[in-house]
Design a protein around this ligand. Structure first.
Ligand code: ATP
Ligand code: MG
Length: 579
């Protein structure tokens, strides 16, 4: 340590909110260069390499072969797949000296597809699985939590190529099992959840989430084993209701009721029900947003949902991707005078309406359901407005928030909500990219067929932070053995010549035994207290102290995680630590 490139810090970085960010910076693993852009220092690189090793071993074990693409990529293939436009502001675009457009790769489907197209032409060449561990670039809107969400980060991405659907299914399962082994070895608690496939397109898709309070992803699970990313949850749709005999709709004066709460209070006062009080769930609220298309156009969208639920931004975004969601502002209202703020009803919405604004409703708005909703007149609502009789929408959208206690779509019980960090994502892409980029091979019958693909990602740099997110205590990091930057943190405690010599000998012996040792040989001016503090902060799993007991042939072995201390005969140290 007297020469190791490391400075630990006493204070948390000012911009850090989550434990992994604070600790990785304070303990000298990473340093910030710019928002979402970090340098890896010697300690950090060692942990990163261990994550990479686990990922490599498990990818190799399923027969995937490692390649490496450039990060700097030409525009054309992204143009062909449509993603040059779809990525919008989320990627880094650069020009070369001749003015050619290039992209810093956010993910590499196009290029793997083209490489295989370049070299392979027969079903006999397949199945094939290729992977890389590589730096990716995304101009994230909210880089956050240090290396958890970077704008430059390291990903393992792999791609499978098959002729038939069953082949894709098998490749997907092989990846899924490899991921289970990877995340078991990384050692964090994780869940596998159903996911939407987002900007990638394709069908079946699952995410591996590290369970963490600080995670950005909300997922749900049921007692019966249903688990899904909140974006992928589908609403249990109530039965539709026969229209016969339903009362006619009637507009009423409801002055001063622009919010759901004020409306419900007014309804209970002025129009009390016989059976029970009015509830927010009896109202249909209509929320307007603007969708920013990848080409820059802004298009309005209206969402009709029960008044007791909010629009969930992530669910909405997942369903309108690649468009981005922006607020519907005063100028937008001014451009649509038929919209009466606080009293907007289905009458002014829909592609056939005066505004022509696309109107999508929550799946609970089934035919025959009755609502209190805006009458498109200041201070007035309509009661008993029946879906399918008095209004129709342009379709449904899964944009309403999911709540604890909502039923799981597969009937497996009430949902509970929890938070996680997305660590891996596996997709059955199908023929989307192969079609776009014309990747075909000759099948068994000599017929040209389009290849079917899978795409699979692991957040390698994110994993370092995700592990740190749970592997810490008040004093610092507490690495699991397989990921720790060193096996042993050896401290010389004392200036006595015999002690120093004994520690130096232990250093050599432990290294000779194949153990990777961080030796705190810093001279006497660094106090023992500082040495112990640093050892706890850095988080190597075993701390060995050569000090007072050395005169009696003893050294202290401390377990960083449990704090348990033990005196061990110096002659038995190597055997003790190897076991
Ligand atoms: P997220 O929802 O967290 O933005 P994503 O769905 O966009 O991730 P994928 O395209 O599925 O990510 O990428 C595969 C993996 O790469 C993710 O599961 C995640 O572990 C990792 N990853 C994605 N974006 C980042 C980032 N900005 N910083 C670090 N790791 C990332
Ligand atoms: Mg993902």
């Amino acid at each position: 340590m007297s020469r190791f490139f490391l400075r630990t810090l006493r204070d948390d970085p000012a911009d850090a909110e989550v434990p992994s960010h604070k600790l990785l910076v304070r303990a000298g693993y990473v340093r910030r260069v710019a928002p979402g852009i970090y340098s890896w220092l010697p300690l950090g690189l060692k942990v990163l390499a261990k994550v990479e090793k686990i990922v490599r071993e498990e990818m190799d074990a399923i027969g995937s072969q490692e390649v490496r693409f450039p990060a700097l990529l030409p525009r054309e293939p992204y143009e062909v797949s449509g993603r040059w436009t779809d990525y919008g502001p989320n990627v880094f675009r650069v020009k070369d000296r001749k003015g050619n457009d290039m992209m810093l790769g956010p993910t590499h489907e196009e290029f793997f597809t083209l490489l295989v197209k370049d070299l392979y032409s027969s079903y006999k060449d397949l199945p094939l699985s290729l992977y890389q561990i590589q730096t990716k670039y995304r101009d994230e809107a909210r880089p956050r939590a240090g290396i958890l969400r970077g704008r430059e980060f390291i990903m393992k991405d792999s791609y499978s190529f098959d002729v038939h659907d069953e082949g894709l299914e098998a490749s997907y399962q092989a990846h899924r099992e490899a991921y289970v082994r990877i995340f078991d070895r990384l050692g964090f608690e994780y869940v596998i959840v159903r996911a939407t496939s987002g900007a990638m397109g394709g069908s079946a898709s699952e995410e591996f989430l590290a369970v963490a309070e600080t995670g950005e992803d909300t997922f749900v699970r049921s007692p019966g084993g249903y688990a899904a990313n909140v974006e992928a949850v589908t609403t249990v749709v109530p039965d539709s209701i026969p229209l016969d005999g339903l009362p006619a709709a009637h507009p009423e004066q409801t002055p001063g009721t622009p919010t759901i709460d004020s409306l419900v209070a007014h309804l209970n006062e002025a129009f009390p029900r016989d059976d029970r009080p009015w509830e927010a769930a009896d109202t249909l609220k209509n929320v307007l947003v603007m969708l920013r298309q990848p080409d820059g156009d802004r298009v309005p969208l209206a969402i009709g949902l029960p008044g007791n639920r909010e629009v969930d931004a992530k669910r909405l975004e997942a369903h309108v991707a690649p468009a981005a969601v922006e607020p519907f502002d005063e100028a937008d209202f001014a451009a649509h005078p038929a919209l009466v703020k606080g009293y907007i009803g289905p009458g002014a919405l829909g592609s056939e309406s005066v505004t022509g604004i696309r109107y999508l409703t929550d799946p609970r708005v089934v035919e025959g359901s009755r609502w209190v909703t805006g009458a498109d007149v200041q201070g007035s609502h309509v009661l008993d407005l029946v879906a399918g009789r008095d209004f129709v929408s342009d379709g449904t959208i899964e944009a309403a928030e999911v709540r604890a206690g909502d039923p799981a779509p597969d009937g497996s019980g009430p949902l509970e909500l929890a938070r996680g960090i997305e660590m891996g994502h596996i997709f059955q892409l199908g023929r989307l990219y192969a079609e776009a980029l014309d990747l075909k091979v000759l099948d068994e019958n000599g017929k040209l067929v389009t290849v079917t693909m899978g795409s699979y990602g692991v957040g390698v740099s994110r994993a370092v932070a995700a592990v740190a997110e749970y592997a810490h205590d008040d004093a610092g990091l507490v690495w699991p053995r397989e990921l720790a930057p060193f096996d042993i943190h050896l401290i010389v405690a004392g200036k006595d010549e015999a002690v120093v010599a004994g520690a130096e000998q232990a250093y050599l012996d432990l290294q000779a035994a194949g153990l990777d040792v961080l030796f705190d040989d810093r001279p006497g001016k660094v106090s023992l207290g500082v040495k112990f503090k640093d050892a706890e902060l850095i988080g190597v799993p075993t701390i060995v102290v050569v000090g007072k007991g050395f005169a009696d042939g003893l050294v202290e072995v401390k377990d960083r995680a449990t704090g348990e201390k033990r005196d061990v005969e110096v002659t038995a140290l190597v055997d003790h630590l190897r076991s």
